[in-house]
Ligand binder design. Structure first.
Ligand code: NAD
Ligand code: MG
Length: 412
């Protein structure tokens, strides 16, 4: 019998947030939703408050918080509405909660996720950008404050499930030879390279297997997502980069694998539905129903594997470079990528300019150590400034008016 868990869901209105609430709603006596947070989606937050009656609802945006408060007042619901980053940190560390789903997208997730670690919570980590930016700072906080970290990213959850139950961060000592990190290859795996110049945000977001938020969908199309996941795996499992092999597996049925020194390869399989890793982490070490359908092996019929193509996906190579460089470089990579994805989604640069811009920002940044949160946030800020400078000197500012697409020299 699972004891009742008291939850804060950071980013509850997003794709992972909604899947989390879907799982939680299937087990009403095992979970109490104490706090929900979002950026500015008032309508969805209002619906979630009406359904889950949280004690707190936080909108990052102050105006959105006022609107939510107005709407809730008429209903008589006792939910306290807060706003701002400090309130996100506060609800991630409330004494009355034990578990935090960290599902804010991007660098914005770092402070509340770190706050959950510093207060020793069970952290269900979807916000991979926190680990990419501040792997050491975050992992140190987890250890120091005896927090528990459970991976939500499907690949990392699969690796976690395929590792020994009491894995202590020593891969060799556990008999592990390497990690096989699977990747679908996204919507442009086989596309003619010439068309990448003109693909639209809608095409880039049309993932063949997963339904996700727009930022991670573009990251999947560039395979930056897999690059971020290599860095994430490095920190979560204490894995050297050469022990992490990316494997393209277009069906997204095997969510990742662990190879042992005796030749055994353990994999976790399932339908591509984030409710599986969410339910696994919520109920760990037990198991519970997630609403996910059985995997129909006869329908799947075949599983394919390919080596990643670093020329087609330069972002993957950039992420390996950032990991090898260490220090501020992963945070710089992440920040430049966030800016590039945002302006690609706004129609201001072509898809092919994303790696060019990231490479430029990385090359023009001096390598530095990032021993604390302040230095990580500084690296993030400086990389964003550098990305915007590159943008203004290479592209006109009006939406859809890109003038040229410089080529990327990275590739192997
Ligand atoms: P999403 O865009 O659907 O949702 C993001 C959530 O974060 C929303 O609730 C939004 O209101 C909130 N948010 C956005 N900007 C914010 C800000 N500045 N401050 C506070 N809150 C903010 O994103 P998603 O697809 O659910 O992804 C969330 C995280 O989970 C990402 O880090 C992503 O990489 C990771 N992840 C997602 C999936 C997936 O299937 N969607 C799979 C693996 C990992
Ligand atoms: Mg993933």
């Amino acid at each position: 019998m699972i004891k009742t868990r008291h939850l804060t869901i950071l980013g509850s209105t997003g794709s992972i947030g909604e899947s989390t609430l879907d799982v939680v709603a299937r087990h009403p006596d095992q979970y109490r939703v104490v706090a929900l947070t979002a950026d500015r989606n008032v309508e969805k937050m209002f619906e979630q408050c009406m359904r889950f009656h949280p004690s707190y609802a936080v909108m990052l945006n102050a105006r959105s918080a006022e609107q939510l408060e107005d709407k809730l007042r008429v209903t008589g619901l006792a939910t306290i509405v807060l706003s701002g980053i400090e309130s996100l940190e506060k609800v991630a560390s409330l004494p009355e909660i034990d578990t935090v789903m960290a599902a804010i997208v991007g660098a914005a997730g770092i402070r509340p996720t770190l706050s959950a670690a510093q207060s020793g919570k069970h952290i269900l980590l979807a916000n991979k950008e926190t680990l990419v930016m501040a792997g050491k700072v975050f992992m140190d906080a987890v250890r120091q404050h005896h927090a528990t970290l459970l991976p939500i990213d499907s690949e990392h959850n699969a690796i976690f499930q395929s590792l020994p139950r009491h894995f202590n961060g020593d891969l060799s000592g556990s008999g592990v030879r390497r990690i096989l990190l699977t990747a679908s290859g996204g919507p442009f795996r086989t596309a003619d390279l010439a068309i990448l110049e003109t693909v639209t945000p809608e095409q880039a977001c049309a993932h063949p297997n997963w339904v996700m938020g727009r930022k991670i969908s573009v990251d999947s199309a560039t395979m930056m997502n897999k690059g971020l996941e290599v860095i994430e795996a490095h920190w979560l499992f204490n894995a050297d980069p050469e022990k992490i092999q990316v494997v393209i597996h277009p069906q997204s049925v095997i969510h990742s694998m662990v190879e042992y020194i005796d030749g055994s390869v353990l994999a976790q399989l399932g339908n591509p539905d984030m409710r599986t890793p969410i339910a696994h982490a919520l109920s760990y070490p037990e198991r519970m129903e997630s609403g996910v359908q059985s995997l129909d092996m006869f329908k799947v019929a075949r599983l394919d594997f390919e080596e990643p193509d670093f020329r087609r996906f330069p972002c993957l190579g950039l992420a390996y470079e950032a990991l090898a460089a260490g220090g501020n470089m992963p945070a710089v990579l992440n920040a430049a990528n966030e800016v590039a994805v945002e302006i690609f989604l706004a129609g201001r640069i072509p898809f092919t300019a994303i790696p060019v811009m990231i490479e430029h920002v990385m090359k023009s940044t001096e390598k530095q150590d990032t021993p604390d949160l302040e230095s990580v946030l500084r690296a993030d800020r400086q990389a964003r400034e550098s990305a915007h400078e590159w943008l203004s000197s290479n592209f006109r500012q009006n939406a859809g008016q890109s003038v040229e697409s410089p080529s990327c020299s990275i590739g192997q």
